[in-house]
Design a protein around this ligand. Structure first.
Ligand code: DX5
Ligand code: ZN
Length: 222
């Protein structure tokens, strides 16, 4: 199986109409491999979004695996809640987890796929000791908290480093990129080695989200 076959488009509902989530998800689902769900607590990041009850509703509304990105302090307190709500993939922030190894083990014990998100200022090397515990690494290519921000090009080098580390150590974690992903930034991300591409405003801010999802998906698999 080629590495390309692991590429997935992951629409981020952050930029969707929260009063019409099911319809928004249905429009882009045929072109997507994951649904990215941003959880913000107003402490780790300035914004507040949603929690496990909304995740449970999304689980009933779509067959897409739910990729929950926790931008919250003390995520350990909520791991069971997200598992019961139906999260398939769960990422915590490196910067929010003093006992990251234990947190990752608990995510797996709860039956979810563990991932770690890195803020733009956090180096890839900070994951050296836990890379073997991970199903995916989420490289933030904006500062977390809001959709529609400008892509930070330094993320490309982090993707390359992760790809090199994965190869050197014979690991198989996926490399996810989140923030400012669009038809413009996608080619350089794919060349650097990104596998899972999160897109919020590029999809849900488009006049025709389904058509834009089809276009981005075509670039991923073309
Ligand atoms: C930002 C979130 C992203 C956000 C990306 O903190 O983690 O998932 O939805 O939005 P865009 O694609 O608009 O940069
Ligand atoms: Zn996100």
């Amino acid at each position: 199986m080629s590495r390309d076959s692991g590429r997935l488009l992951a629409p981020s509902i952050l930029s969707a109409d929260f009063a019409a989530l099911a319809a928004s998800v249905r429009a882009v689902a045929p072109y997507s491999g994951l649904l990215h769900v941003d959880v913000m607590d107003g402490h780790f990041v300035p914004n507040i979004t949603l929690g496990p009850p909304v995740v449970a509703c999304l689980k009933r509304a779509t067959d897409l695996p739910l990729d929950c990105h926790l931008m919250i302090e003390s995520p350990d307190r909520y791991l069971g809640d997200f598992a019961r709500a139906g999260a398939a993939c769960l990422s915590v922030h490196q910067e929010a987890c003093p006992h990251l190894h234990r947190t990752l083990q608990r995510i797996r014990e709860e039956g979810m796929r563990p991932g770690v998100a890195l803020n733009p200022a956090t180096p890839v090397a900070s994951l050296d000791e836990v890379l073997g515990e991970l199903d995916f690494v989420l490289v933030m290519s904006v500062n977390p908290g809001f959709g529609g921000q400008r892509f930070i090009p330094a993320a490309l080098e982090k993707v390359r480093r992760l790809r090199a580390a994965r190869e050197a150590r014979g690991l198989s974690f996926a490399i996810e990129v989140d923030g400012g992903v669009s038809a413009e930034t996608l080619p350089s991300l794919l060349e650097a080695g990104a596998d899972w591409l999160v897109a919020g405003s590029a999809l849900f801010g488009a006049a025709d989200p389904a058509a834009e999802a089809a276009r981005l998906s075509g670039m991923l698999h073309g």
